[in-house]
Write a protein of this length. Structure first.
Length: 134
């Protein structure tokens, strides 16, 4: 391929990337405020669920994990011996719903599951990611 053609192609490719990056970054302060409000409402919902009985007994998450203690969301995905494989945070939450709470597992995209994950993860904000760690 002639050198000039290569330069032209490279220029077109990089301009396309630059243009799409600029489009992706286009959001307003109002957008950010609204998205954060949506996220925080999921966190609040998760906090409520964490303090309520989600299963068939009267046990709630906070009895064993006060303020989401010892939930270590930053270590997922990781191998968990209870399930004998590499699992996500949601799978581990389901393990606790099924076992200590004697309840039915939630779908991983259930808004309640997302809220629990939002709350647990928000409580650990700022902690360094450590996937796989024990
Ligand atoms: C009766 C006590 C008890 C209750 C109630 C309980 N858990 Fe657990 N939870 C445990 C135990 C035991 C483990 C396993 C610790 C381990 O092996 O990492 C665990 C582990 C976890 C982990 C993973 C911790 C880690 O270090 O990897 C998460 C996340 C979690 N629980 C969330 C929840 C949620 C959400 C609820 C409520 C739906 C809940 N738990 C209710 C006892 C409980």
């Amino acid at each position: 391929m002639p050198k000039i053609l290569r330069i032209i192609i490279l220029t077109i490719v990089s301009l396309t990337f630059a243009a799409s990056a600029a489009v992706c970054d286009e959001f307003t302060k109002d957008d950010l405020k609204q998205w954060n409000a949506q996220f925080m409402s999921s966190v609040k919902e998760g906090e409520k669920l964490f303090h309520s009985s989600l299963g068939r007994n009267t046990v709630s998450c906070d009895m064993c994990h006060p303020n989401a203690a010892n939930t270590h969301p930053e270590t997922y995905p990781k191998f968990q011996k209870q399930l004998g494989k590499v699992i996500t945070l949601g799978d581990m939450i389901n393990w606790c719903i099924i076992n200590p709470l004697e309840g039915d597992k939630l779908d991983l995209d259930d808004p309640k599951m997302i809220a629990l994950e939002a709350y647990i993860t928000y409580e650990r904000r700022g902690v360094k990611l450590a996937p796989g760690k024990h």
